[in-house]
Design a protein around this ligand. Structure first.
Ligand code: GLU
Length: 275
């Protein structure tokens, strides 16, 4: 029995890459007699379009996918705040007032999410007005000791949250970052198998550390390969990948499309990435 989820952010329409990811999560839950959840990651008030949740549901139904529950992150902000308060009270968070440009200028390394934050505000008393709050990863790891996590495809991993710099857990403009909200939600929803694209592999190091700090259950993960274009770049609507919505409204057969994706038969020029 596995509980899986598909967790799109409502800042744009879904494309074929999302369809593939949703099918992976849906089919694993169905094969294993589990549950498949839909979570709208609408924490990003400014960029989220409220009506897009309806579009996502229509897209998934068109593909022939049925979900057991829908959750919206915007209805769970209090739980994110409570968790951040606990970490703050434990002395594990610090305020950071750096702008993106300052971080880019100060960074000494680049990671999967861009310039690695070099810890500029750690240990400084810079005040908390208009600050993001970062997790002091070194301090946190000293508390937890070494951690591992398991990916169904890549095997057992040693958690290395230290590689990407201290992550933001509370944003300047939202009560949680993706890392904090997704980790708390997966626990609250009883997700046992987190499926998502390989582009989020590195994020799991941070999520594993948060689970340990907050006493949350530890799921398994499955980071699936991404659909890519001939140049190896992942699909993106801004690079011309068609929106599922447009295919649906044009009268295409969603169930047939889902079958093709399951069989790894992709439209011309699209393939499964190898990294
Ligand atoms: N909301 C994220 C996205 O759309 C996915 C998060 C996850 O699956 O953990 O990329």
């Amino acid at each position: 029995m596995d509980v899986t989820r598909f967790a799109p952010s409502p800042n744009g329409s879904l494309h074929l890459g999302h369809a593939f990811s949703a099918i992976v999560a849906h089919d694993l839950a169905r094969e294993r007699g589990g549950r498949f959840l839909l979570r709208i990651e609408d924490i990003d008030g400014a960029r989220s379009r409220p009506e897009i949740g309806d579009e996502f549901r229509a897209d998934l139904a068109w593909l022939g996918l049925e979900w057991d529950e829908v959750a919206r992150q915007s209805s769970r902000l209090a739980s994110y705040e409570a968790a951040a308060d606990r970490l703050r009270a434990a002395g594990l968070l610090y305020p950071c007032t750096c702008t993106r440009a300052q971080i880019a200028a100060a960074a000494k390394a680049s990671g999967p999410e861009g310039p690695v934050y070099p810890g500029t505000c750690r240990g400084k008393d810079g005040g908390t007005g208009d600050a993001a709050w970062r997790l002091d990863v070194g301090k946190a790891l000293a508390l937890t000791g070494p951690l591992q996590w398991a990916d169904d495809l890549a095997g057992v991993q040693r958690a290395r949250p230290d590689l990407a710099g201290d992550p933001v857990l509370v944003r300047k403009d939202a009560p949680a970052s993706y890392h904090l909200a997704a980790t708390l939600d997966d626990a609250a929803d009883g997700v046992t198998l987190v499926t998502r694209g390989r582009d989020l592999f590195a994020a799991t190091h941070v999520h594993r550390l948060l689970q340990e700090l907050l006493g949350l259950p530890v799921p398994r993960w499955r980071h699936h390969p991404l659909l890519v274009e001939p140049d190896g770049q992942k699909l993106a609507k801004r690079r011309g990948s068609p929106a599922l919505r447009d295919l649906r409204l044009a009268g295409e057969d969603g169930a047939a499309l889902a079958e093709s994706l399951r069989a790894h038969r992709f439209p011309a020029g699209i393939s499964l990435g190898t990294s």
